[in-house]
Write a protein of this length. Structure first.
Length: 247
């Protein structure tokens, strides 16, 4: 079922549909609870920042949405369905650690995405390869960490997905490359999709966020639009993060 809400995003009131709904989510690793009674919803047409210290549950939340973790309590639906093969087809997921085979050429990754994902736009990916001066014939193992991260993000953002899950996509990039890659995210997701981006580089990326969620001590501590945070607190997202987590 689709729900409609009105929300202020970047100074404009728009009507959006919920694509993900999470209710009373709990995830434990042994006796350690990393997500405790979390309830959230995510709307199409937004870029959401998922923020928090290491070990707070950000990656676990992303993997649950991606359908990679299923031993949790609570309810998670994507497009009205619990995580399954259908919901996986809607999601383009970039994990924190590289998944590229270092002995293969970058072109092999292009071939793989084209064969495996019906929504992959190879032409778009090849154009971005040229933009960033990446050679499809170069082996992954001979690329720098930053180059590998560019290849992975290009592959993920070249899909016409409904949900983009990006887990620390910019950690190995220099500031200039971060800006360019943020532009890739902005320019290649549609208003009919959601981007959920986990990051520690708040100052570099908060300009693209519509909304931020801060998780700490297994709870949602902040869930608000960027506009409202700035208007009500007088702080940037990074400033509020530092206050909440006493950085």
């Amino acid at each position: 079922m689709w729900y409609q809400i009105n929300w202020m995003v970047k100074g404009r009131k728009i009507k959006m549909s919920k694509i993900i709904e999470i209710s009373s989510l709990q995830k434990k690793y042994g006796s350690k609870t990393v997500l405790d009674n979390i309830s959230l919803s995510f709307e199409k047409g937004t870029i959401v920042g998922l923020l928090g210290p290491n070990g707070c549950g950000k990656t676990s939340l992303i993997k649950i949405i991606a359908g990679l973790i299923n031993d949790y309590r609570g309810k998670v639906t994507i497009d009205g369905n619990i995580p399954n093969e259908y919901t996986k087809s809607l999601i383009s997921y970039l994990p924190e650690k590289t998944y590229l085979s270092e002995n293969n050429k970058a072109e092999y990754a292009l071939d793989f995405f084209e064969d495996f994902y019906a929504d992959f736009d190879r032409k778009k990916a090849e154009e971005m390869f040229k933009q960033f001066k990446l050679d499809p014939q170069q082996k992954i193992k001979s690329m720098s960490k930053g180059m590998q991260e560019k290849v992975q993000l290009i592959l993920v953002m070249s899909r016409k997905a409904k949900v983009y899950l990006l887990d620390e996509p910019l950690g190995g990039l220099d500031p200039a490359s971060r800006k360019a890659m943020l532009d890739i995210i902005l320019n290649n997701y549609s208003e009919d999709s959601l981007v959920l981006l986990s990051t520690h580089l708040i100052n570099d990326v908060e300009r693209i966020f519509d909304r931020v969620i801060m998780i700490g001590e297994s709870k949602v501590l902040i869930d608000d639009t960027v506009d409202n945070i700035r208007q009500t607190t007088g702080k940037s997202v990074e400033g509020l993060f530092e206050e909440v987590f006493k950085c």
